[in-house]
Ligand binder design. Structure first.
Ligand SMILES: [Zn+2]
Length: 342
């Protein structure tokens, strides 16, 4: 019987990787932040490739709507509402039992992000919102950790590789993302085609593998954009901005200002209140229109109310929200992130 190590034969024979590259992968740590469609596809590829340690971070539970595109999850996981990080680790262990998995079920925020990425050789972005990506950008630039941005929605997606101190950072490409008005556009509200997520994740994983085998020169210096329904592929050169507040001036505003969304359990009410800071601009009319297409809304000039996943959600004009039917801040933040933003 062939040794279990024969699993990497087709990868080691690649001149770009070789036995030495395989050894480097075995010694590497990849942190996958977010285990939706992007993160689960990336985790699958990186576990099979033999990355020595995989830290899998997600705040959410597996839901039936995930199964269409999130390749690590099965019907059982949705039926049991397993945390995604735990379900992912369980599945991946059956694919590759030789690597170390570190599942983390937590909301990624300024208070924990530096701890979550510590020791990473590369970080892969599987996030679903731009505030947390901007935060991840700051943390990775601060600690000099390469990371691979990826995003997808509907039928389009994009990716870019950020090597701190060498390439442009996300803030050079898309400044002030963390403060941007959050439009209520998410895969919950406009949908996402499974293959676009798989394609973006494949690109991200390939870039992460290059970084982990020490071939940073081989990574793309372009922002890649793909529109899958209309067959459009384009690239944009990534130009470093000398006075970029993040990679130029090392001004880590989001990291230093603490959590953007404050939560409080409402005593005796089985509800959590979420309070965004004044800089969080909610376009209330756009939110009302978008959510109105998905749910029957109860509304008055001050608030809207809708029902989703056994929860009543009330959103006020300033973005403050009350999520009923839970006292768990993580569950409330997850719902808020999907339907309001953040
Ligand atoms: Zn920058």
């Amino acid at each position: 019987m062939e040794s279990i190590q024969a699993r990497y034969a087709r990868q080691k024979v690649l001149k770009e990787i070789g036995p030495a590259g395989q050894q480097m992968l075995a010694g590497a740590t990849a942190v996958i932040v977010g285990l939706g469609a992007l993160g689960s596809n990336s985790a699958n590829l990186l576990a099979r490739a033999g990355v020595g340690r995989l830290r899998l971070v997600d705040r959410d539970f597996v839901d039936w709507t995930n199964l269409q595109r999130q390749s690590l999850f099965e019907e059982q996981d949705a039926a049991q509402r397993l945390p995604k990080a735990e379900a992912a680790a369980r599945y991946l262990k059956r694919i590759n039992s030789q690597i170390r998995y570190e599942p983390v079920t937590d909301d990624v925020n300024p208070g924990n992000i530096e701890r979550l990425i510590v020791g990473a050789t590369a970080v892969v972005d599987g996030l679903d919102n731009f505030y947390t990506r901007a935060l991840l950008n700051e943390a990775c630039v601060k600690h000099g950790i390469p990371w691979v941005y990826g995003a997808c929605l509907a039928t389009y997606g994009s990716a870019a590789t950020i090597i701190p101190g060498v390439s442009a950072c996300l803030n050079c490409l898309l400044p002030n993302l963390g403060e941007a008005t959050t439009p209520p556009l998410s895969c919950e509200t406009v949908g996402v085609l499974g293959p676009i997520a798989a394609l973006v994740a494949a690109w991200q994983s390939s870039e992460a593998i290059k970084i982990m085998v020490g071939s940073k020169d081989a990574v793309s210096n372009h922002l890649v954009h793909v529109e899958m329904w209309h067959n459009d592929f384009s690239t944009l050169p990534m130009t470093r901005v000398a006075n970029c507040s993040v990679c130029g001036q090392h001004n880590f505003e989001l990291l230093e200002h603490g959590s953007r969304l404050a939560t409080a359990s409402l005593c005796g009410r089985d509800a959590v209140q979420i309070v965004p800071p004044p800089s969080f601009n909610v376009d209330f009319d756009l939110l009302r229109q978008t959510l109105g297409r998905l749910f029957p809304l109860e509304q008055n000039p001050y608030l809207i109310k809708f029902h989703v996943d056994n929860h009543d959600v009330v959103v006020f004009h300033d973005g403050r929200a009350m999520i009923f039917g839970t006292s768990d801040p993580k569950e409330a933040l997850s719902l808020y992130g999907k339907y309001v933003g953040g």
